[in-house]
Each structure stands twice: as C-alpha cells, then as structure tokens.
Write a protein that binds this ligand. Sequence first.
Ligand SMILES: Nc1ncnc2c1ncn2[C@@H]1O[C@H](COP(=O)(O)OP(=O)(O)OP(=O)(O)O)[C@@H](O)[C@H]1O
Length: 626
Amino acid sequence: MTPLRETRPAPAVTRSLPEIQPEAMPPEDPASPARGRSPMRRLSPLRRLWPYVLRQRKLVAGALVFLLLASITTLSLPIAVRRVVDHGFSGGGTAFIDTYFAMLAVLAAVLALASAGRYYFVITIGERVVADLRRDVFAHVLKLSPGFYDRNLSGEIVSRLTADTTQIKSAVGATASLALRNAILFVGAVAMMAWTSPGLSVIVIAAIPLIIGPLVAFGRSVRARSRAAQDRLADASAYAGEAIAASRIVQAFTAEPIAAARFGQAADEAFEAARRSVVARAFLTAFAIFLITFSIVAVLWVGAGRVVSGTMTAGTLGQFLFYAVFAASSLGQLSEVWNDLTAAAGAAERLSELLAEEPEIRSPAAPSPLPARALGSVRFENVSFRYPTGGASAPTLESLSFEVRPGETVALVGPSGAGKSTVFALLERFYDPTTGRILVDGVDIRQADLHELRRRMALVPQEAVVFAGTVRDNIGFGVDGAGADAIERAAETAHAAGFVRAMPEGFETAIGERGVTLSGGQRQRLAIARAVLRDAPILLLDEATSALDAESEVLVQRALERLMEGRTTLVIAHRLATILKADRILVLDGGRIVEEGTHETLVARGGLYARLADLQFSQGLRPAAE
Ligand SMILES: Nc1ncnc2c1ncn2[C@@H]1O[C@H](COP(=O)(O)OP(=O)(O)OP(=O)(O)O)[C@@H](O)[C@H]1O
C-alpha cells in the first residue's frame, strides 16, 4: 500500500441544501485509481458498505416504506391543486373547496409523518453502519505490525478512522436517502408531466441534458480547486494537532508566536484555496439556477399561450408546473447528492485500503506449542536484522548470538544506536530477523503463536506509557479481566499503592491524557505494576535514563527488584546498580556483541565497556539508587 499520507482523506463536509457543493467531491489525486473512471465505477467502493447495511434489514425496510410513502404523497399534491383550480374556483362551491383543502391538510400530515419516519430510519442506519465500520477498522489497525506504523503517520490513520467514516456516515444516512427520494421524485415527476401534458413535457425533457452537460464539465474544474483547499486544510490541521499535543514544549521554548504564525499562514492558505473554489462554485450555481428557472419560465410561457387559446385548463398548467418544479429541484439535489456519494466512495476506498492491509507479522497456520510450563529461556542464533525502512544502510543487528538461561539477568549495554532496543523489538516479534532465528523456551518464535509468545513477556519501557483512564484501568491493561485484588496487590509490589491510595479516588482516580497528572516516578511505578500483574516469565526492562529524585529512584529500584525476582530478565541498563546486579553483561556496538562478561572482568579488560563505564557510569550514573 502506498503510504497513507499520499492519499490524505478529505475532511468531512457540512453542507446546506440545495446549493451546489463541489467541495464534497473526492480529491482528484493524480495517482488515484479513481481518476478517469466512469462515473458509476467511481461509486463502486461503496459496495464494500453493503454487508454493513444489509445487517440492518429492519431499519432498511422501515426507511423504504416511509421513503415511498413520502414520495407518493408529494406527487399527489399537484393533482389536488389542479382540481381545486379547475373546479373549486369555477363554481364548485365552498363545500368542494373545503373537502379538497381538508384532504390537502391530511396529505400534509402524512407527508410530515412519512418524512419524520424516513429521517429516523435513515439516520439510524448511517450511525449504526459507521459505528460498526469504525469498530472493525480500529480492531484491524491494531493488529497491523509496527512496520506499518513506521511507514505511515498515526495522525493519518486516525484521520481515516474519524474523517473518512464521518463522510461515509452522511452518505449512508442522509445522502443515500436524499438520492433515493430525489430519484423517485424525479422519475415520478417526469412520468406525471408526460401524463399531464406530453407536449409541454418535451420542452422540459429537452432542457435536461442542456443543464446536466455543462454542470458536469464545470464541476471538474471546481473539483480540482476544492482538492487544493482540502490539502491546505489538512496541512493546517496536522500542524495544529502536533502543536497542541506538544503545548508544553511550545511554551517552554516561548515558541507560541512562531507556532501561531505558522498555523495562521496555513489557515490563510486554506482560506485562499477555498475562496478560489467558492468563486467557481458561485458561477456554477448561477448557471444552474438560470437554466432551471429559464426552462420553467419557458414552460409557463408556452403553457400560458395554451390556456389563453383554450387548449389547456389553468389547473392542468398549474399541475404541470408543480411537477416541473419537482423534477427540476430533484435533479438539482441529485447532482449535489452525486458529489457527496463520490466523496463517500473516495472515503470508502481509503478505508478499504486500510482493511486490505495485512499484518506482516502473524501466527503460523499451525503453531508449535510452547512448553506448558514456561521456563523463560531466550536464545538468539546468528541473528541479523535490517529495518524494512532502513534502505541500503548497514544492518542494525549483525550475527547476534547469545543465550539467557531461565532466571538469569542479562544487561545490554552500549552506545546510543547500538541496537539494544532492536533486540527487544525482535524478541517481542514486532519484526522478523533477516537471517538467523530466535528461540523462546526452545521454540523458534516464528513457529509459535504470537499471542502465546507475547504473553510470556512483560515489557517495561523507558518512557512509561499511561493511558487516559483510571489507575485501575492502567494497571489492569495487560491482563484481560484482572480482579480488583490482583490489581491492588500488583500496585503494592510495585510500591505504587501508597501514592495511589493518597489520590482523591484511589484506584478509581482518572489520570489525564498520557498520565500528565502523575510524576515521572509514579508513572514508572504504574508501568511496573502493570508488568507485575502480567506475571510473565520473561521480563524486558528498558531502564529509564531520566533522572528521578532520590526517593522516587529508590522506590522504583525496589519495585524493579521485586519484579525481577524469579524471572528471566533482559535489561537495557543505564544504572551502575543494575549492571552490578546482572549475572552477565552483553556489550553491543554497531549491532554486534563486542564484549561479554561481568562488570569486573569487563573493566579489567579495558575495552569499550571500560571506556563507557568510565565515562558514563562513574560520572553520570547515580549510585544513589542502591
Ligand atoms: N523503526 C525503525 N525504523 C528504522 N530504523 C530504526 C527504527 N528503530 C531504530 N532504528 C535504527 O536502528 C538503529 C538501532 O536503534 P536502537 O533503538 O535499537 O538503538 P539503541 O541501542 O536502543 O539506542 P538508544 O540507547 O539510543 O535507545 C539506529 O540506527 C536507529 O536509527
């Protein structure tokens, strides 16, 4: 799949009927397969939505019933008008008029009810379909491998999940119903025109291609301008999203004026692009209104002549005019609805691309079972690896071979960029090695069930990831259906229970987005509690480099020690305390293991480790943690 950035979703369009709204058209991407397609084929991605719509059979049936009822009621109004004009005004008496107006009042009530019913059913279908679609797309996206997220911007994916589905919601709901209603009305009105006066209907029908042809041609140029406006808007929104998420950094660097100016410029460009597209649209609207009104005036002109010459009654002319107005307005709305439908088809196509994306890493069809009693052994055999996005650069890991025995603690040490985090990424099977293999409990991880494998590991990342939610949700995150007791015990073990209980609502306290209401040490202890609860035999610990105050540091250190008890631990170590406690140290440089041993043997050897230890651990490290 091409990176999502290249197929940026169109923002949701709010619109008011019955203006002509080419903005709602899909972006005309030069690389898009939609370009140059026949009009009907452009709608074909909407077929993907069928299964979702069909699941709502009862709602669809309700919508159709009310849709038909509303259309029939609308189409019968002009007949009543003709009878009132022809009979009521020419001596039929007030009783006749009363009957007809009473009937008209009933028709109005039926029309109102049918319209309300149609609105309810149709909008509900749209909402339901989009909720199902969002759920499916999100569940699918979550399964995609990290390689996918390396290639695509998360903001773009979220935008597909929200903006594109919103566009589909309006298409499946309001737009589809408008399209159906107007199609029925148009066909009905044309048929009734032909029935009312075949001669006059020729004039109107002859005008139709004259109206549609130029509208389609005009629409194309408007669409290109709208696309430009949408792109500028997407740029502005993307920048705003980044700046808001990093508001503290913006303020810390007193960069508010720079950020505001940059957004302001993007907003102005979006305005200018939108204005250009509105100018084109204004011409288009003027053109359409003139042609439609002119053809009605022409009908009235010819019809008036016939009424004067006595070949047509005034009521028939009135009836015909009503149908002509119905036909013209439904045609106008259809052209607009068409734009919305093609926009929704574009959105459906982008979502289909996302749904078609297969996870690169997945369980084999017949996985080899991992031993029922987990041992916690890890073995890298001649593993080399290059990131898929790494191009022709040197491999990130080269011929890496090492073993970690059950219960052992091994520290990974090395300069920045040496490949330490990559070792973790391969062990979690976020990527597969280019050559070589990795064994966990004696099973090649490529042959094991992916969830089974990952369940044997608990990861404590350097930057503790905390979600907006309660403390309980955050600790319980790693274990489906974890009980309240287990969560609280995990918090005790991780030395987190104290500060959690001191919070206003204890474990039910909501912690803000990314845990902004917590201190660094508290966030880390929550992440440790999460790993404790997971109770996995293998612990992957990426030690935090950020400085904590001495007290927090001691608490975090203690929490980690309790977590490591009885588990195999691979730790990316930044603290001397951790390194001294490790059974073994692997020194990585440029993706290779260059030294291996204990702190003492490695210092005595006087190689890379000794230099790192001298530079980093003697000066920068904080033995206070002990
Ligand atoms: N997702 C990725 N896509 C492409 N290249 C990556 C990716 N992640 C890391 N790299 C590259 O792989 C190399 C090793 O990175 P890695 O994060 O494993 O190093 P590290 O030893 O953990 O460094 P640090 O101590 O700074 O975290 C680096 O050159 C980095 O640029």
